[in-house]
Design a protein around this ligand. Structure first.
Ligand code: SF4
Length: 146
């Protein structure tokens, strides 16, 4: 058996599609990833939509804020742009709007009845609940059991 055949495929990371090469085919997700419960939930929702969705891909909001031409270009070319903010400050939305990227769907975690708390300990149930609601609203099929 070769060294390659001995590799446990279950333990390998599942590589994501290249958001720059395949932007036109992808629902690009920008989250605020803020340092509070709702920012963390928004980020985890983006991860879940990326991993359990068919064509969704989390992208780097901070890179857009930093002026990265490549990441701004991804936003311009995306099939759809979905923004997920933690709270009504809507920091990710402001970043994306400043880059003149068209937003197709915008969500704020506190609108789902979740209170902003100074913690990064968040519940999987809240993440799943919000992810399922967003997926339904944007017409995205998620490969998860509710
Ligand atoms: S939208 Fe709210 S949670 Fe997100 S980065 Fe801004 S202040 Fe923090």
């Amino acid at each position: 058996m070769s060294e390659t055949e001995k590799v446990d495929m279950e333990k390998l990371p599942r590589f994501l599609p290249s958001c720059h090469k395949e932007a036109e085919k992808l629902d690009i997700i920008f989250t605020c990833s803020g340092a509070a419960s709702v920012g963390k939930i928004g980020h985890e929702v983006g991860v879940l939509l990326t991993n359990a969705g068919q064509t969704a891909r989390l992208c780097c909001t901070t890179a857009v804020a930093a002026g990265s031409k490549m990441h701004i270009d991804i936003g311009h070319r995306a099939k759809r742009v979905i923004v997920i903010d933690g709270c009504p400050m809507r920091c990710a939305t402001k970043v994306i709007e400043k880059a003149d990227i068209k937003i197709d769907h915008s969500f704020t975690i506190t609108d789902f009845g979740i209170t902003k708390q100074p913690t990064l300990d968040v519940s999987d149930e809240d993440v799943l609940k919000v992810a399922l609601q967003i997926a339904e609203e944007v017409g995205m099929k998620l490969n998860v059991k509710p």
